[in-house]
Design a protein around this ligand. Structure first.
Ligand code: ADP
Ligand code: MG
Ligand code: MG
Length: 250
């Protein structure tokens, strides 16, 4: 599904990723943990194609294509989903309209006919119901006035509607409470399946009590320094990151 090889990236001339190797196969859920400043968000931004990140070495293959040479829209059309890539708030644009445009843009690049308003409404209502979201939430302007938990539920809705091949979630928010953690987990767990890969980047061991990953990686100093099964998360909780020769940045 995705194969990251010896990936090096710099920001403002500063080396952040220093040789990341990571392969995720279809059907697998991987978690990346690591101390603050390790480069976790940088990795997700590089995969998203965000500006300002220079790839100095390495390669990323996604579904057999060279991901790093693709435009952001091409990445989405190929089935890559990054939760934070979608705008935080869009006043005046309803969730339904926004997601219909996003889905139809993806369908268009795949040569598929767009869904009309009725077809889309049927789809989004079914997905919203699955996630216990009210009709009101899908009609409201995208994320405007949403609580933290509602935003998380909305992210889960975006994933459910767009049905990505690979979903990457960077759970940066240190304010994620237990309800929000459960919502993220519910969204991820609903999408688990044999054709889909998931990468959950998190600081919280606790999230992994709800999303049980197949593989856990530790990212430290711009490299994956350890990989293991779900128990690795528990070990990190107990022993911290000092064993990798790093201390938590302030
Ligand atoms: P993490 O998500 O693991 O906490 P980040 O990827 O956000 O780590 O950051 C990794 C390192 O890159 C940090 O040392 C951070 O200060 C640095 N960094 C991130 N963005 C920039 C930037 N725009 N300019 C300079 N340094 C940056
Ligand atoms: Mg950070
Ligand atoms: Mg981060």
């Amino acid at each position: 599904m995705i194969e990251i090889k010896n990936l090096h990236a710099t920001v403002d001339g500063k080396a952040i990723l220093k040789g990341v190797d990571l392969t995720i196969n279809a059907g697998e859920v991987h978690a990346i943990m690591g101390p603050n400043g390790a480069g976790k968000s940088t990795l997700s931004y590089v995969l998203a194609g965000r500006e300002g990140y220079e790839i100095t070495e390495g390669s990323v293959t996604f579904g057999g294509q060279d991901l790093l040479s693709m435009e952001i829209e091409e990445r989405a059309a190929a089935g890559l989903f990054l939760a934070f890539q979608y705008p935080v708030e869009i006043p005046g644009v309803s969730n339904t309209t926004f997601l219909k445009e996003a889905l139809n843009a993806i369908r268009k690049t795949r040569g598929e006919a767009p869904l009309d308003a009725m077809q889309f409404l049927k789809l989004i209502r079914a997905k919203a119901k699955d996630l216990s979201m009210t009709d009101d939430m899908i009609k409201r302007a995208v994320n405007v006035g949403f609580s933290g938990g509602e935003k998380k539920r909305n992210e889960a809705l975006q994933m459910a509607v767009l049905q990505p091949k690979l979903a990457i979630l960077d759970e940066t928010d240190s304010g994620l409470d237990i309800d929000a953690l459960k919502i993220v987990a519910e969204g991820v767990n609903k999408l688990r399946g044999p054709e889909r890969g998931m990468l959950v980047i998190t600081h919280y061991q606790r999230l992994l009590d709800y999303i049980v990953p197949d593989v856990v990686h530790v990212l430290a100093n711009g490299r994956i320094v350890k990989s293991g099964g779900k128990d690795l998360a528990l070990e990190l909780e107990a022993n911290g990151y000092a064993q990798f020769g790093v201390t938590e940045a302030a």
